[in-house]
Design a protein around this ligand. Structure first.
Ligand SMILES: [Fe+2]
Length: 284
């Protein structure tokens, strides 16, 4: 889907090089009508203004962002997800969860984006493990497709946060799949946000009846992060990247993430070099 979006851009601006599309709002012309059909449940690209391109020569990823590349139609057909490998189901499903959470926890959310994000979290809570365990069952597949779409609509309006910024930095250089990188970084970044997101995480915990309703906001929030860790564990996603990068690689990734996130992403709490370095050390 991202490739199709990039091609549509090139067709409208044939004289341009691909990397020039990385500049903000670089696509202004009206494009050909465009129908997107997801074949995984996670990216939400069928609903978004973004297309992520890997620049293999320079070992990094950049995003094309323009309202012009939002597909005119999306077809959510669970049959196209038949036969997905469980690893892909896990990684893309956690990508969708990251979209829902980053858009919900950020400061650009509207009533609509928040309600879509909550619905996505509920659907992921109720269906991702079932989809992972039995990719042939139709209902979890259809529900995850819906969750991914809702999370996509939510983040295309309310943006993402440091999980995505760090995952893009990591994915471009070390070729880790986007969803897998998000899944590992998600609980670490949420813990680093600390108190600033407890209230919102507690609401999300309540929305899926994760804990006793009488627990404190802090306990609910921490249970929510534990739930994310348990989802990873049940789907074979480790707690860290197992040394695929070294300490010397962290500064460049942190610079890349800072450039992407500050000041564009409406993150719940602003991090600088020190905090992001700490997160990447923990995830290493
Ligand atoms: Fe994503």
């Amino acid at each position: 889907m991202d490739c199709a979006k990039a091609i549509l851009g090139r067709v409208a601006y044939p004289e341009r090089k691909m990397e020039e599309f990385g500049k903000l709002l670089s696509i202004r012309k009206k494009l050909y009508p465009h129908i997107a059909i997801p074949t995984t449940a996670g990216t939400g690209s069928e609903a978004t203004i973004a297309a992520v391109v890997t620049d293999a020569a320079r070992n990094h990823k950049f995003a094309i962002a323009s309202p012009r590349i939002v597909p005119d139609f999306a077809i959510l057909e669970p049959a196209f997800l038949e036969g997905l490998p469980p690893k892909t189901i896990a990684a893309t499903g956690m990508d969708a969860l990251t979209h829902a959470l980053e858009s919900y926890l950020g400061q650009s959310g509207t009533r609509m984006t928040k309600s879509y994000a909550v619905k996505a979290v509920q659907l992921i809570h109720g269906n991702l493990l079932d989809f992972y365990a039995d990719p042939k069952k139709k209902e979890p597949r259809a529900n995850m497709l819906k969750a991914s779409y809702l999370a996509g609509v939510s983040f295309t309006k309310a943006y993402v946060g440091y999980v995505h910024a760090l995952a893009h930095a990591l994915g471009g250089t070390f070729h880790v799949s986007h969803g897998y990188a998000n899944a590992i970084l998600l609980p670490i970044v949420l813990s680093a946000y600390g108190k600033s997101i407890w209230k919102k995480l507690a609401k999300l915990a309540d929305s899926i009846q994760l804990t006793d309703a009488n627990l404190t906001v802090e306990k609910k929030a921490k249970s929510f992060i534990l739930w994310i860790e348990s989802m990873n564990e049940k789907m074979g996603i480790p707690k860290s990247f197992g040394g695929i990068y070294a300490e010397k690689d962290i500064p460049a990734m942190v610079e890349h993430a800072l450039k992407e996130a500050n000041p564009f992403y409406p993150v719940p709490k602003l991090f600088g070099r020190e905090e992001l370095t700490k997160i990447m050390m923990e995830a290493m």
